[in-house]
Design a binder for this molecule. Structure first.
Ligand code: FAD
Length: 551
C-alpha cells in the first residue's frame, strides 16, 4: 500500500460502546489524534446489537452511566430502575453527540488485522474494506460480550423461517404476533426475552438444557424525588460505589430513603453465613427483605460464593420457589438449574420469568430428555418428533471475554501472534496490556474486574488509567510501554488463585469458556473486587509504572 494512503494518527481505538465512546472523547481532549473504528452503524456496542425484546441492564441505571461529566449527570434523567435497551442506546447516542465524538468514528467497518512495526514503533491496523492506519497506540475496546455464539446443530441453514440471535438483533423490530416461536437458551438474554416474546407469540416453545437461577428484579419507574436525591448526591454516590466490591452502591428499592441509607450506612457484612440460618429464616428473609431488590443479597452474603452449606440452604429455597411458581411439575423440574451451585453461573434478575411458563401458549422441551437432532426446513427436529416454527431465536450467549480480540489477527514484537500466546487462556497484566504487545491496551477485558462489576464504572477506571499513562509517557519522553513478562505471569496466577475457592471458577459457564467448544477452560477475570483492583492500579502508577517496561 502506498504510504500516502495510510492514515497516520496517535491512537486507534477499536469499538464504540461505552468504552470506545469515552476513550475517543478523553484522548481527544488530551490533544491526541484519535481514529475509532466500529463494526456497527452507530455507537452503543452491547446496546446497539442486543435489541431483543426485554433487553435491559441489571445494574441500577443511575449507576450504570458515566460519571466523568457532572453536567451530563445532571441533564440526563433515567426513567426506570433498570432501563431497557432503547433508553440505554439513546443515552450513549446522546453522550456521543453531546461530546461530538462521532466525527472521530468510522462506522460499518471492522478491524481485521493489526501488526506492530518494531522499527517504527507503531501499529499498522487494517480494516475489512482495505483501509490502513498507522497509530502509536492501539486500544481494544471491543467488548467482553460482543461475539454472539450460535449453536452448531445439524442443517441449521435448512430452516426457512425467521432466525435470530439475541446478540445480533435486527434494527427493525421483530413482529411475533400470530407466530409459532422457539427460543433456544435460558441464560440472561433468554430469561429477559421469553416473558416478552410470550405476550405476542401464538405459541412459544422454550428449549432448555440448563438454566441460570433468577430472582425478581422489582423493576419500577423512578420517581422525581428519588432522581433529585441521586442528582444532588451524585459525586458521593460514585465515590462510594467505587468502594464496593462490584462497583454498585444501591441494592434496595429506589426511594429517597434508600439514597440516604446507602450514603450513611457503613455496610457491614452480616456476622453469620446464610447457611447458618434455618430453612424458615432464609425463606422469611428472602421473601421480606431481598425479593425484588435485585442481587443485593449476593453482596450481603459473600459466603454464597464459596460455602457449601450456604449454597445448599439457598438452593433449597430457590428450587422450592420455582416449584411453587410454576404450576406444571414437569416444567418446574426442567426449570430447576442443573448446576451444582447457585453461584456457578451468572445470577440473573427477571420480570415474570417463571410465571410465564403458566401461560397456555408457552411450552418447554427439556433437551436432556429429548435432545435436538437437527434443524429442518420447517423447524426443529428432536429425538422424539418434529416441531414447526415461524421464528427461531437463539439466546445462546457469547464467545465471552476473549472472542472479539481473538477475531483480529494481532501480531506483536518478533511477529508474536496474540491468539497463539492466548491459546491456553488470556494472559495480561492487570487486564490492561500483554507482554510483547507494546502500546496495545485493552479495556475492561480478561484479567480485570470486568464482567464482575458495574461495567461502566470499570470502563471509566480503565479509560482514565490508559489516558493518564499516555500523558505520563509524553511527559517522560517514552515511546513504548509493555508489561514485564514476570509481572504478567504473576498476575495471571493471582487471578486464578483468587478465584480458586469460589464456585464460579469451577462451574460450567462462559466465565471459564465452558460454553464454547474447544475454548481453553480458564477463569478469565479478576474477582477480588474493584477496591483491591483500583488500589493495585494506583500503586503501579505511584511507583512510576512498576511492572511495566517503558522505553
Ligand atoms: P461493547 O458494548 O460490547 O462494545 C464493543 C464494540 O466493539 C461493539 O460495538 C463491536 O461492534 C465493536 N467491535 C468489536 N470488534 C470489532 C472489530 N474487530 N472491528 C470493529 N468494531 C469491533 N454490564 C453491566 O455492568 N450491567 C448490566 O446490566 C449489563 N447488562 C448487559 C446486558 C446484555 C444483554 C449484555 C450483552 C451485556 C450486558 N452488560 C452489562 C455487559 C456490557 O457488555 C457492558 O456493560 C458494556 O456495555 C460494555 O461496553 P464496551 O464498550 O466495553 O463493549
Amino acid at each position: 500500500m502506498d504510504e500516502l494512503n495510510v492514515k497516520k494518527i496517535d491512537v486507534l481505538v477499536v469499538g464504540a460502546g461505552f468504552a470506545g465512546v469515552y476513550l475517543t472523547y478523553q484522548l481527544r481532549e488530551n490533544g491526541l489524534s484519535v481514529q475509532t473504528i466500529e463494526a456497527g452503524e452507530d455507537v452503543g456496542g452491547t446496546w446497539y446489537w442486543n435489541r431483543y425484546p426485554g433487553a435491559r441492564c441489571d445494574v441500577p441505571s443511575v449507576e450504570y452511566s458515566y460519571s466523568f461529566s457532572k453536567e451530563l449527570e445532571q441533564e440526563w434523567t433515567w426513567s426506570e430502575k433498570y432501563s431497557a435497551q432503547p433508553e440505554i442506546l439513546k443515552y450513549i447516542q446522546h453522550v456521543a453527540d453531546r461530546f461530538d465524538v462521532k466525527k472521530n468514528i468510522l462506522f460499518n467497518t471492522r478491524v481485521v488485522k493489526a501488526e506492530y512495526l518494531e522499527e517504527k514503533k507503531i501499529w499498522s491496523v487494517h480494516t475489512d474494506d482495505g483501509k490502513i492506519f498507522e497509530a502509536s497506540y492501539f486500544i481494544l475496546a471491543t467488548g467482553s460480550l460482543s461475539v454472539p455464539r450460535l449453536p452448531d446443530f445439524k442443517n441449521m441453514n435448512d430452516f426457512k423461517g425467521e432466525f435470530y440471535h439475541t446478540g445480533d438483533w435486527p434494527v427493525t423490530p421483530v413482529d411475533f404476533k400470530g407466530k409459532r416461536v422457539a427460543v433456544i437458551g435460558t441464560g440472561s438474554s433468554g430469561i429477559q426475552s421469553i416473558p416478552v416474546i410470550a405476550q405476542d407469540a401464538e405459541k412459544l416453545t422454550v428449549f432448555i438444557k440448563d438454566s441460570n437461577y433468577t430472582l425478581p428484579a422489582g423493576n419500577q419507574l423512578l420517581t422525581p424525588p428519588f432522581t433529585k436525591a441521586v442528582k444532588e448526591n451524585y459525586s458521593r454516590i460514585r465515590k462510594k460505589a467505587r468502594e464496593t466490591w462490584g462497583g454498585i452502591l444501591f441494592n434496595s428499592n429506589p426511594t429517597v430513603e434508600s439514597v440516604t441509607e446507602a450514603l450513611t450506612e457503613n455496610k457491614k457484612e452480616p456476622d453469620r453465613t446464610l447457611g447458618s440460618f434455618s430453612k424458615e429464616e432464609v425463606h422469611q428473609m428472602m421473601e421480606e427483605k431481598y425479593l425484588g431488590t435485585g442481587l443485593g443479597f449476593v453482596t450481603n452474603f459473600p459466603d454464597i460464593q464459596y460455602d457449601e452449606n450456604t449454597d445448599a440452604r439457598l438452593r433449597e429455597y430457590l428450587n422450592e420457589r420455582i416449584r411453587k411458581l410454576v404450576k406444571d411439575p414437569k416444567k418446574a423440574a426442567a426449570l430447576i438449574p442443573k448446576s451444582k451451585h447457585y453461584a456457578d453461573r451468572r445470577p440473573v434478575i427477571d420480570t415474570n420469568y417463571y410465571q410465564t411458563f403458566n401461560r397456555e401458549n408457552v411450552d418447554i422441551v427439556d433437551v436432556n430428555q429429548e435432545p435436538i437432532t437437527e434443524f429442518y426446513e420447517n423447524g426443529i427436529r428432536t429425538t422424539e418428533r418434529d416441531y414447526e416454527y415461524d421464528v427461531i431465536v437463539c439466546a445462546t450467549g457469547f464467545d465471552a471475554m476473549t472472542g472479539a480480540i481473538n477475531k483480529i489477527d494481532i501480531a506483536g514484537k518478533q511477529g508474536e501472534i496474540l491468539k497463539e500466546k492466548w491459546s491456553q487462556g488470556p494472559r495480561t497484566y492487570l487486564g490492561l496490556m500483554s507482554n510483547n504487545f507494546p502500546n496495545m491496551f485493552m479495556i475492561a477485558g480478561a484479567g480485570s474486574p470486568s464482567v464482575f462489576c458495574n461495567m461502566v464504572l470499570a470502563i471509566e477506571q480503565h479509560v482514565e488509567w490508559v489516558s493518564q499513562c499516555i500523558q505520563y509517557m509524553k511527559a517522560a519522553n517514552k515511546l513504548t510501554i509493555e508489561p514485564e513478562l514476570a509481572e504478567e505471569d504473576k498476575w495471571v496466577q493471582h487471578c486464578i488463585d483468587v478465584a480458586k475457592p469460589l464456585f464460579v471458577s469451577r462451574g460450567d459457564s462462559w466465565y471459564v469458556g465452558a460454553n464454547v467448544p474447544g475454548k481453553p477452560r480458564v477463569f478469565m477475570a479478576y474477582i477480588a473486587g474493584m477496591p483491591n483492583y483500583i488500589a493495585k492500579c494506583e500503586e503501579v502508577v505511584k511507583n512510576n509504572y512498576a511492572g511495566f517496561i517503558l522505553q
